[in-house]
Design a protein around this ligand. Structure first.
Ligand SMILES: [Fe+2]
Length: 285
């Protein structure tokens, strides 16, 4: 009899503990909502959940992140993605930023494989959408992405910086995103843009860069004094400076490498941001 009572008490305690844990998790997710497209009426998805997992960093603190793009799962070359996961889990940056083309094509089974890979990261991972993450026959068909990752343009703040994610998978930045960008740039924090396609004005060899909205984009980021624009799409490494803004093209996280540009090697970027500083290094794989 005494044992039965004890078992019941233990079960009640365990249930209360589980309830408390779930309630706390919900509060954490709700606390760090991000400005973006409509998120009302649905549960948080991958990017939102991962943003909520980023540690609280003071505005005068320092952050370290990894950035890479073009994994092209399941056709990533030479186990590059595995190496990046291993190195991130060992070094433990504050978060990993991905610049799109996570899958070769937006098929449900490719997304299933992608989810297994992403869940191996033991640090938060936040991603932009690439043209290969769509149905591919139609870059505007982004249903698979939205089902798993959520919104396709949004921002989050971490310590001294704001990270603004845009969606140019279908070539363009239309008025809705340019308006969102203009508002998102209104901050004293350092500003970083993450999107998939690079801008064409940094390298004439880029044959499918951002097209519509490119000029307005350039005006907005120059006026706001953006620190860096980080993109992928071109499967190589490139670094440029235009209008005093740094442009980093890092498309070397597993997809087949370009042959028409230089610096065509697999790699990722480690970025460090302080209150008024930004530095980065290229890690070749
Ligand atoms: Fe790619």
């Amino acid at each position: 009899m005494r044992n039965t009572k004890k078992n019941i008490t233990n079960k009640v305690r365990l249930s209360l503990f589980v309830l408390l844990f779930l309630f706390s998790a919900l509060l954490i997710v709700a606390d760090k909502g991000v400005a973006a497209e409509n998120v009302n009426g649905r549960k948080p998805l991958w990017n939102e959940i991962n943003i909520s997992r980023i540690r609280d960093i003071p505005v005068d603190g320092n952050i370290e992140f990894f950035f890479c793009a073009d994994l092209h799962i399941p056709f990533d070359d030479r186990g590059i993605v595995k190496k990046i996961v291993r190195q991130a889990n060992s070094r433990k940056p504050d978060f990993v930023l991905l610049g799109g083309d996570l899958v070769q094509m937006g098929l449900p089974n490719y997304y299933t494989t992608l989810k297994k890979v992403l869940r191996k990261f033991r640090v938060p991972v936040i991603s932009a959408i690439g043209n290969h993450d769509t149905s591919f026959s139609d870059y505007s068909d982004q249903r698979q992405w939205k089902k798993f990752f959520g919104n396709t343009f949004f921002y989050f703040d971490a310590g001294p910086a704001r990270f603004i994610f845009l969606n140019n998978a279908n070539f363009d930045l239309k008025d809705a995103q340019l308006g969102f960008l203009e508002n998102a740039l209104k901050t004293d924090l350092q500003k970083f843009i993450i999107m998939h396609r690079p801008v064409g004005y940094v390298n004439k060899l880029y044959i499918t860069p951002l097209k519509g909205g490119s000029e307005r984009f350039r005006e907005l980021i120059e006026k706001a004094g953006v620190t860096a624009v980080m993109t992928g799409h071109e499967h190589h490494y490139g670094s440029y400076e235009v209008d005093g803004i740094k442009y980093i093209v890092s498309g070397g996280a597993g997809g087949r490498l370009n042959t028409n540009t230089k610096n065509n090697y697999h790699h990722y970027i480690i970025g460090n941001v302080g209150k008024d500083t930004f530095s980065f290094q290229v890690i070749t794989l």
